[in-house]
Design a protein around this ligand. Structure first.
Ligand SMILES: Cc1cc2nc3c(=O)[nH]c(=O)nc-3n(C[C@H](O)[C@H](O)[C@H](O)COP(=O)(O)OP(=O)(O)OC[C@H]3O[C@@H](n4cnc5c(N)ncnc54)[C@H](O)[C@@H]3O)c2cc1C
Length: 477
């Protein structure tokens, strides 16, 4: 729609990517007038190539579409249940990809752009918002993504009292705790130090002999690495944290004096033998289902990470909720800075959505856009929409963003990192399944499969209830 809107209950959305496009659609569908601001093509990012809304900057995959067994497939199903534009456009532009949902990227972006252009309550304005939005925009969603333009990123940083917002992001892998072999690994904090909020046994420790350490260093040096894109080479490392393979290149002993140092720890399985090196994992979510590999930020390719990290004693069968990686990223320290409605505590007229909030991936970003659009629409009506239950994929992801993450027990570096949706973010089942429908006992991997299917069924039922209790009432009001 063209023409200018000026009503005070207009919602302004900055950024027409995955999150901003979905947010605009959701809010407009509830009857709210929306202005969507997109800087392309006037100003491009380092990765976008077109002027299309919801452009996919890299892969064309929305990952698994299996709602019963895969957390991102479940998120797809929940978003379809909420009439997501991104999912509708993806479904209409599918290309064959086995169990994954992959799309024709141009067809997908065109479908999103057309739906938004044709919507009677949406106006699309091209141009960069190069600083804080004007004071008379009372209801704003900022969805400018990992490559937010510098003037806006700097204005937000200044509002939040953080030292940085955009930096070279070095992220360490995260492992599902129930895949760690605790007959090899053990719980202990270095020197049994409790620290604030700790117990003295907060870390999972994986011991290495000299031979194992040598083999590990060799594998790191030989492992396949991701190359830097040209535009990435000028961005500094966040907090000076170096990838482990770079540390290994500096000397064979460097890691043993850094993240793999063995001091202050005693293996209860073999107290008389001193470990040559120790890999530590730290609890990553309140539920205690996910642990991150401390200091293990890396540029190794995902396949190499899985192969090499599974040589660490105790991690032979490790399942990774997220692999490590490096790229420029712009995101908020959301658990500290955002309230449960995704509003900036320091300036509540600004709500955030997409990767800037600390989710990772196309689908996750769109899903946070979806809920931000609904929250903002409710605000405009002077109402507050209850968050989706923590048992849903959407609620679990929001929980990670606005509160589920625990701060590291060491002071200093910021520990909150973007994350894909995964089953480790869901609250455990009250009664996990133990038997098959025919009454026989579930064994081994069957238990994991049954547990995931029960979590998915619970999520879909709880989402239906939440929609019935909240959105129908909101629409009627
Ligand atoms: C290099 C790279 C590769 C990636 N590859 C993948 C992948 O393969 N798979 C995956 O799932 N995820 C990938 N991601 C993550 C991906 O960016 C996000 O998942 C997703 O695109 C984020 O959605 P978003 O809506 O938050 O941001 P975006 O989709 O990036 O949308 C943000 C929009 O805001 C606009 N904008 C920025 N600043 C301003 C401003 N000041 N004023 C107006 N408009 C502005 C931008 O032009 C853009 O259109 C990648 C990220 C990067 C950086």
């Amino acid at each position: 729609m063209t023409g200018t809107m000026s009503s005070s209950d207009t919602l302004h959305i900055i950024g027409g990517g995955l999150a901003g496009s979905e947010a605009a659609w959701q809010a407009a569908e509830t009857g709210i007038r929306v202005v969507l601001h997109e800087m392309r093509p006037d100003r491009m990012t380092e990765a976008h190539r077109t002027d299309g809304l919801a452009e996919l900057v890299c892969s064309n995959s929305f990952r698994s579409d299996d709602a019963a067994n895969n957390a991102v497939g479940l998120l797809h199903a929940e978003m379809r249940g909420l009439d997501s534009l991104i999912m509708r456009a993806a479904d209409a532009n599918q290309v064959p990809a086995g169990g994954a949902l992959a799309v024709d990227r141009d067809g997908f972006s065109a479908a999103v752009s057309n739906a938004l252009h044709q919507h009677p309550r949406i106006e699309i304005r091209r141009g960069e918002i190069a600083g804080l939005p004007p004071a008379d925009w009372g209801n704003v969603i900022v969805a400018t993504g990992p490559l937010t333009s510098a003037p806006l990123a700097e204005a937000i940083r200044a509002l939040t009292d953080e030292t940085a917002l955009a930096f070279f992001d070095a992220i360490a892998p995260i492992v599902h705790k129930d895949s760690i072999d605790m007959s090899v690994a053990w719980f202990q904090s270095r020197y049994d130090k409790a620290g604030p909020g700790g117990t003295g046994a907060d870390y999972i420790n994986c011991p290495m002999t000299r031979e194992q350490y040598d083999g590990f260093v060799d594998a790191l040096l030989a492992g396949e690495k991701t190359e830097f894109k040209e535009w990435e080479t000028n961005t500094p490392y966040f907090d000076g944290c170096l990838p482990i393979e770079v540390m290994a290149e500096r000397g064979r002993e460097t890691l043993r004096h850094g993240p793999m140092k063995p001091v202050g720890l005693t293996n209860p399985q073999d107290p008389a033998t001193k470990s040559y090196a120790i890999v530590q994992l730290r609890q990553d979510n309140k539920l205690g289902t996910l642990y991150n590999m401390v200091g293990f930020q890396t540029k190794l390719k995902y396949g190499a990470q899985q192969r090499i990290f599974r040589t660490i004693p105790g991690l032979e069968n490790a399942e990774f909720a997220r692999f490590g990686g490096l790229h420029r990223n712009t995101f908020l320290n959301s658990p500290k800075l955002l309230d449960s409605q995704l509003r900036l505590r320091a300036a509540p007229r600004l709500r955030f959505a997409g990767q800037m909030t600390g989710c990772e991936g196309y689908v996750e970003s769109a899903s946070v856009g979806l809920i931000a659009g609904l929250y903002a629409a409710a605000d405009t009506r002077g109402k507050e929409l209850a968050p989706p239950p923590a048992t849903t994929a959407l609620g679990a992801l929001l929980g990670h963003i606005t509160g589920g993450h625990i701060e590291t027990i060491e002071p200093g570096s910021r520990s909150f990192q973007p994350m894909n949706i995964n089953f480790g973010l869901f609250p455990p089942l009250a009664n996990p399944p133990t038997k098959k429908p025919d009454g026989t006992r579930l064994r081994g991997n069957e238990k994991t499969v049954a547990k995931r299917q029960a979590i998915s069924a619970r999520a879909l039922a709880d989402l239906d209830r939440w929609i019935a209790d909240n959105l129908r009432i909101q629409a009627a009001a």
